[in-house]
Ligand binder design. Sequence first.
Ligand code: 0O2
Length: 202
Amino acid sequence: MSIYGPYEETLNEILLDVEDRIKQLNRRELDKHQPKLYEHLIGRVKTPSSMEEKCQRKNYPLTTESALRRCRDAVGIRIVCNFISDIDRCLDVLRNAEWCSVVKEKDYITKSKPNGYRSYHLILDVVENYRDIGGNNPGHFFVEIQLRTIAMDSWASLEHEIKYKHHVKNPERIGRELKRCADQLASCDIQMETIRQLIRED
Ligand code: 0O2
């Protein structure tokens, strides 16, 4: 059995359910004649091997408890938005959603990582009709939400790809170029926001 023990299938169900709930939040905005909340979203259950690797890295015992409770990103959804202000709208609706509570927030947009990574991370505590590892039914499950603009997302995918190429000739130079690129994309995001405001004022 994997590090998720008997919960592997449950995690997949929870992912589908939370994705549906977020799509529903978007539909509610459209019904109110507001712009769409996001461009697209993509979800995944972290593979058991990368969860094991994460537990090892964090010095957690290789148990289902560590995978579900100490790590809180077994289920993850990335919400990719057109504009920075849409990230704020998503945050607003998620903080007010009755089916979850936000238990942690990390703002890597206001304060980007030193390498240039930008994204807003939330950990949600979601109540679902499945027994959790503490024996509660309905149970509590953690879901990580990453909110980014398209620009932040394209940077993160490129950086992720390069990170796993271990034999690059000049890692310092690549790191500097990537950081420069991240900062340029961040200023494009601000410009795009200005353009959106100008169009609205017309
Ligand atoms: P995957 O496959 O994307 O899930 P914690 O200390 O436990 O609160 P954690 O989870 O260790 O927090 O770290 P953090 O900072 O919240 O970010 C975790 C996830 O954010 C990563 O997941 C990436 O998806 C993304 N991320 C964070 N920093 C970077 C970065 O510098 N570059 C890119 N491309 N992505 C980043 P995983 O587990 O790495 O993988």
